[in-house]
Design a binder for this molecule. Sequence first.
Ligand code: UDX
Length: 436
Amino acid sequence: MKIAVAGTGYVGLVAGVCFAEKGYDVTCVDVEEKKVELMRKGISPIYEDGLEALMQKNNAAGTLHFTTDYTKAYKDADAIFIGVGTPEMPDGSANLSYIATVSRQIAETIEKDCLVVVKSTVPVGTNDKVEQFIKDFLVHDVKVEVASNPEFLAQGTAVRDTLHAARIIIGTESKEAEALLKKIYEPFGLPIVSVKRRSAEMIKYACNDFLALKISYMNDIANLCELVGADITDVARGMSYDERIGARFLNAGIGFGGSCFPKDTKALKFLAREHGYQLKTVEACVDVNLKQKTRLFEKAKDRMITFSGLKVAVLGLTFKAGTDDLREAPSIDNLKLLLAAGADVYAYDPEGEERARQLFPEGGLEAGTMNYTDSIEKALDGANICFVFTEWPEIKEVKPEGFKERMHTPLVYDGRNLYSPEKMKAAGVEYYSIGR
Ligand code: UDX
């Protein structure tokens, strides 16, 4: 069976590599020649645990190919998976232009019957449109169908999440399409939930937005904990034993970021409004998250006369640990505010520096200055304030005495609840975290 994959971002590349690992002949298509060259050499354009090893193994086995020539990849494929981006538009809706481009390319090149599978997260009803669009532009007399197959991978654990997914969701409108997708996923040995196309599209949003809601709910409760003298980590621990609630995604913090939750909450809110419905729960989740991201900055602002001329240590820039991705990271909102307020920021992140430099180049920015350090110690030395935005293990390991001894004034705002308030206090560190 020949599989083609359109797009080599987190979704497309990981899917392609995992299909090759399961024995399929896979060709991944991307528009960027340079990126394709690197992937042919087994170099991954994204930092993802275990991905390069599998790329190299399957490149060498001759089952994994990369090309910019989509004609070659699509024309005789049995199944084409679409994994291109659906970025957020200014109004919160999903931008479907990449999906449309790929759909048209597929229509104009396929020479045999083919199943087109949409993996990208798309608003409910998009698969119907994709199928119609492809049929409208078909050049050869072939049968084509579109199926929905949303993915649930998280960055940092994408390969594991794909090979050992909790379930595979397939949304089809015909027995043939359902049978083919089930066959493709057979070697994975995972539970398959087979539904209609629109339900599959909705499952993806419903899952992501539910998890986002869970986080915003915990952040809301955490803020209330601060006011009433309760400790959110204890509260979460107490909640976690109830299986109906579940033990995961109960961590209060600086708010969620990344390529999915912020975009998918806004997209569902938009979709509901388009249908004349107000999704109040999701709208509240978006509002809570927006405020949460700068909560610590606001607290620090209340404490300080000025940030101007102060050395501000920033530990962690990525939206979570285990990735080099900064999309929608709370650090971005905070850096903008700190730099505008005249702070001299010294930031450390083990993986995110390169991408951060594209957003905040080193040197004078707005009123303050942006600086990057290659160690936590250099960021902390002589600092007046420290903000913690990402839960990297090496950041977690900093001892209270480390803050006390290195900083000019040991004042720490921790957006990830990494340290013990008691131990920080005992070491003489003025410490603020979330909900404790
Ligand atoms: C998420 C979903 O987990 C995944 O299933 C979906 O396919 C894509 O979106 P990802 O964005 O990679 O994956 O990261 P995730 O680990 O879910 O974290 C998202 C954000 O929520 C991060 O900013 C993280 O720090 C935050 N988060 C997560 C919390 O603040 N508290 C938690 O308890 C969990």
